[in-house]
Design a binder for this molecule. Structure first.
Ligand code: BG6
Length: 483
């Protein structure tokens, strides 16, 4: 199968913080891929805006180096790179002062989609939004894109929303959660809402529990200062894992349309029960063998910040009462694996001999690596010898089923193209982010008030023992992270 590419309208995309890490690693390489396959039109422009006093030429050099580093050799030829770089310009701008704004107003073209990507510290969202608005740089259909972290608690998220909404309408604001740009995450919606097979089973009558795992093998990787003030709860659970939970738990929206989808997600978040202290485990990796521990990596020898969280969450509504959602995420674990497992209840009456180690039916949606969906089923063990049972997985790895090229798009590529198309479906609405903080805040506050330290786990291990107990005491088991 060959990926279909529908070019987007010409655009002027201004990236604030254009020489920063995210821009060099993800945003520009993503745009390059869209250019390479013909989705980004030749008359689109990318305008880098940052504090440093670069010329456009020097900016192109920086991006050229970034493309060499972050785009695979097979995907870049000197000609394509040269053509892409021609569409780049740079403007020196002072986000909190006056420099550069008049020039920016002058160079933007009329009748062209305008998007402003704020890849900067959240403290600059307000000042930039205000200047874009009051200097007439943003028009009523311009888009503004903001990155996480969107606040560090409810109050700061509300403050950011107020500052943005003072200058832009909600329909212009694109709050990125890059997990929503992942192919399999969207496939989850297709799986649920384009097939009639699963919906009748998608409730607590048939589903025993849901496991959401985002296991990372990397540690804090030079982001010690940010991470130490954040921790896994703010960095991963409040946003990425919450989004995954919403897509599993939400009611079918009436239309695949931004507000219809987001209304349903907000209802899920509002239905979450407060998490009891016994239902949550926070952990911190410690050095093991050659591998360093969190205290060294973060540069804070007294840190109590969690690099791991596991929890049992209840969605209090008719569909899910009685079906717990178990969430876990952590850094420096043995393996990189993100997946959602929907574990079904056993048949009400088993007529076959007991099968040792039977795990039962599970629908597993694998986000990374090897994106795909598997369905674990029980079958008869082949051969003579009576009716012995075994389990096999029906495997739909997307690489095998569709060809590698089709899903190789990075989350950022897709999300930026959605911004240009004006499609907010895969972006978080202000009330959604606030609802997620409202749920997360009491958990984080209780940790801050507590004198208890996080549970330790070995670097490159499988997480704290206490997290295993969280499931064991309910007679359930986590799936292995070495799938
Ligand atoms: C980011 C977090 O939002 O997501 C990082 O800040 C984390 O700490 C990353 O490593 C994980 O993203 P992915 O796409 O690699 O799973």
């Amino acid at each position: 199968m060959v990926a279909r590419v529908i070019p987007v309208a010409p655009f002027d995309l201004v990236i604030f913080g254009a020489t920063g890490d995210l821009s060099r690693r993800k945003i520009l390489p993503g745009l390059f891929h869209r250019f390479r396959v013909g989705q980004m039109p030749k008359n689109a422009r990318i305008i880098g805006a940052a504090r440093s006093d670069y010329s456009s030429e020097a900016f192109r050099d920086v991006i050229h180096k970034a493309l060499n580093e972050f785009v695979s050799e097979t995907d870049r030829s000197p000609d394509t790179i040269a053509a892409f770089l021609e569409q780049l310009e740079y403007i020196h701008i002072n986000a909190t002062g006056d420099d550069g704004w008049t020039k920016l107003a002058e160079i933007l073209r009329p009748n062209t989609v305008r998007a402003f990507y704020l890849s900067v510290s959240p403290s600059l969202f307000g000042p930039i939004a205000e200047r874009l608005n009051t200097r007439g740089i943003a028009s009523s259909d311009s888009r503004i894109v903001v990155e996480k972290p969107f606040g560090h608690d409810l109050a700061s998220a509300q403050q950011l929303n107020t500052e943005l909404l003072r200058n832009f309408d909600e329909h212009q604001i694109y709050r990125i959660d890059h997990y929503l740009g992942k192919e399999t995450v969207q496939n989850l919606m297709a799986l649920r809402f384009a097939n009639s097979l699963f919906e009748p089973l998608w409730n607590s009558t048939h589903i025993d529990h849901v496991q959401i795992t985002v296991s990372e093998s990397l540690g804090v990787e030079g982001r010690g200062e940010y991470y130490d003030n954040s921790g896994a709860m703010r960095d991963m659970v409040q946003n990425h894992l919450m989004q995954l939970l919403c897509l599993i738990a939400m009611e079918p929206p009436s239309r695949f349309e931004p507000n219809a989808v987001r209304d349903e997600k907000v209802k899920v978040i509002s239905a979450l029960e407060p998490v009891e202290p016994d239902d949550i485990v926070r952990g911190q990796y410690r050095n093991y063998g050659e591998a360093s521990g969190y205290l060294e990596d973060s540069g804070n020898p007294r840190s109590r910040t969690e690099s791991y969280v596991a929890m049992k969450v209840a969605v209090a509504n008719w569909r899910w009462a009685g079906t717990p959602f178990y969430l876990r995420t952590g850094k420096k674990l043995r393996n990189r694996l993100s997946e959602i497992a929907i574990v079904f209840r056993d048949p009400p009456h088993m007529i076959f001999p007991k099968m040792e180690g039977r795990k039962g039916n599970a629908l597993v949606i694998r986000l990374q690596p090897d994106e795909g969906i598997t369905l674990r089923t029980t079958i008869k063990e082949p051969g003579p010898g009576g009716m012995r049972l075994t389990e096999v997985s029906m495997d739909m790895t997307f690489d095998d089923a569709l060809g590698e090229d089709l899903h190789s798009q990075d989350a950022y590529e897709r999300l930026i193209m959605d911004v240009i198309r004006g499609d907010q479906t895969l972006f978080m609405r202000g009330d959604e982010v606030e609802a997620a903080w409202n749920w997360a805040d009491p958990i984080i506050n209780s940790w801050q008030e507590s004198t208890q330290k996080p549970a330790n786990y070995d670097s490159n291990g499988s997480g704290p023992e206490e997290a295993l107990m969280l499931m064991h005491r309910d007679g359930r088991r986590w799936r292995a992270i070495e799938q």
